[in-house]
Ligand binder design. Sequence first.
Ligand SMILES: Cc1cc2nc3c(=O)[nH]c(=O)nc-3n(C[C@H](O)[C@H](O)[C@H](O)COP(=O)(O)OP(=O)(O)OC[C@H]3O[C@@H](n4cnc5c(N)ncnc54)[C@H](O)[C@@H]3O)c2cc1C
Length: 499
Amino acid sequence: MTPSCILLRESTDAATFEAAVWGGVFNLRRDTSRVPAAVCRARTTADVVAGVELARARGWRVSIRSGGHSWAAWSVRQDAVLLDLGQLHVDHHDTTGNIKGPGPGWIDYDEATGIVSCPPATTGQTLNGVLAAKGRMFAGGHCPDVGLGGFLLQGGMGWNCKNWGWACEAVAAIDAVTADGEVVHCCESDMDMDIMDSDGTGPGTKAGDLFWAARGAGPGFPAVVTRFHLRTRPLLQLFHSVYVYPLAAFRAVLAWAIEAAPTADPDTEMVCVSSYSPGATVPTVLAHFTTFKPSLAAAKRALSPLDGHAARPPGATVAVFCQPTSLAAQYADQAAANPGPATHRYCSDNAYIRAGDDDDRTVVPAILERAFTTLPSRQSCALWFSMNPTSRRPGRACDAALSMQSDHYFALYAVWEHERDDAAHVGWVHDTLRAVEPHAVGSYLGDADFRHRTPKFWTDECAARLRDVRRAWDPDGRVCGFLGQGDRSGVDGLPVANN
Ligand SMILES: Cc1cc2nc3c(=O)[nH]c(=O)nc-3n(C[C@H](O)[C@H](O)[C@H](O)COP(=O)(O)OP(=O)(O)OC[C@H]3O[C@@H](n4cnc5c(N)ncnc54)[C@H](O)[C@@H]3O)c2cc1C
């Protein structure tokens, strides 16, 4: 008998089934020609196993949804069992994992280690709400409602990623259900172990490999994460400086930020965005510096060099220096900039711009000027996010699948309301990226759509290892993986030519 958590397409009324398929998807721009075979609304790990077993029995694939924020709705796949983890572990559990009854969600913080464990659909905002009471935080995504599942698997450009590193570097361990329906736990120390096959003939599937892939494989991760165990950091106060300029000053503003970035304070995040401010009739370019510090005095010391930097252009229409803010206020701003779920249509793409050191402050603004000055709608924006010095750290090659980055992260987010405007907005993103692509070293999975472009997402070495790990852990391609053109990537992953 089919478990009650599973809705089969063949025996569920169309409206109920469609709501189960699309209800958890953030983007209103959807390809509804993709229709899953079943939806498994898992509340327990056993439900996840049941979903995987069903797929094995019927010869179907499984797709996975945690927070539903993949721009291209990677969770919705033709004839797959959609494992919807939105309700996974929301019930209150006792320390042995038994359900005690409905509760506020199973988020456990260990005072002794500073490690928090949580289900994959936990959002950054929810997690930080729980951690704040303990005086801790997790540097998750900037938007309140992105799920940790998709975010962490692809690397996670979290708070102050520029200096603190990628969010996935704070993953201490994962619990997962494999493509065979086995429950596994893997952590960093597993990466050193060489487990033999049961017949003792050679290296078998290694838990360490799965842990390696969990930090950068993104939708190519060949298993289902059911819990993350995450290292937290002390919760500090938040302060920010905001400088708004006319669009004509774009090159000078970005040049200033690029010049200041390498030596800027290590707890300070630096972003330049072109967008329409609320009520404005023309877009502006904004330099936004956010710092995490224990006091106002420390924040002023951090932000003063940027305020007084010789390259700071004159002519700011707004100049706010070192104002107190909070994670809650920043989340609210991000939520306003990314309305939803399911109210707006989105298209995004991105590139890591090749860094050339000394001439970056003239070359990079020139490469990005068109993108920043041609926004197609009031809600759309273009973003430069400084990754230097994280991007310059030596010795991190291939200790995680995540391996692609440069000093300059650039992303476009087209946001609109009506289907009739799809072509103009999607076209803007694709055309603009095409012009930037010759100057890029690769892209970030998190803001990508492989149906349109497959740039480099990993170094060649990491891409090859990821292919091997996927084949070892999921030889039949049970887990859907990358949604490329026609959804045919299977165990081969994305096209070899690009990695
Ligand atoms: C409004 C908005 C703001 C964003 N801001 C940021 C940001 O600040 N920083 C950043 O880095 N990214 C950001 N992103 C990108 C976001 O991190 C990715 O879209 C990410 O995939 C979303 O994770 P999710 O769990 O919500 O998505 P989902 O759509 O649920 O998951 C995406 C895919 O990841 C895989 N996956 C998810 N969970 C699991 C799991 N438990 N086990 C195995 N595979 C799984 C599956 O292939 C799944 O289809 C943003 C996206 C949006 C829409």
